[in-house]
Design a protein around this ligand. Sequence first.
Ligand code: ZN
Length: 272
Amino acid sequence: MSFPHASDRHRRPPKTVLVLIDGVRYDALWKVNQWVGLPNFWRMIRDGVLWQNVYTLSPYLTNHITQKILTGHQNHVQNYTIFHRLEFLGFKTASVGTNPWDGRGARFNIDNLYDPNKNYRSDDVRIAAACRILPKVDFCYVYTVETDEYAHVCRDAKRHIYSWQSPYIWAIKRSDERIGRLRSWLEKISHGNYNLIAIADHGMTDNGRHSIATWNTEIVTHVPVFACGVNFKRNWKVDQRYYVTDLAHSIVNLYEPRAPAHMFDHAIVRPN
Ligand SMILES: [Zn+2]
């Protein structure tokens, strides 16, 4: 018996998109949904899988964690990225919106969207670039950052991230809308043969911080991970504890059954 893998020669490989939503706290899925609605996140969770106990690893800094997510290893510098691994297996990959190092190994490394000065809303540009490249690739990683940036606006303004006038809430709301647009586009170009996965790299303290390593509390370490698509069970919750370093191997497993499935172990379905 084998899993329905993209490596099946009789089947076109699904298009898999991994969206990293920087700094979205796990409880935001409920809290922000209650206030302003996150219909696209919740549609994904209803149609797919929510991992309820995924944790990130210190130091809780994005450039460290994204490397761990993309390589699946703590010692990320020495290891191949998910792009290297999928390309080696014969699949086409793209990395959108992050720094060039994060996207190393990707056939299309659209790295020039990283905006260090935070003065414009670059996530819309990132999603647009991902949508443009998607018809050409099997796997695409998209990095989005607004959520993190606006949590830090709360930090600087000494405002609780879940308070009145918090821009963090609206950044998460816009992220939900982008996920909805991305999913519609994926549906259209793949005729339903896709997987969409969302993960955060770290959470956030009430006052919009995450970078101090001693603050290794639940709110910073516990991250949302949810996915839907052709390879995932519907309305399925996973309780087992995993780490963000498990995800890369799990995604490779969709394309290569010899890779360990880790967090996808009981979350995958066999298509007809
Ligand atoms: Zn940050």
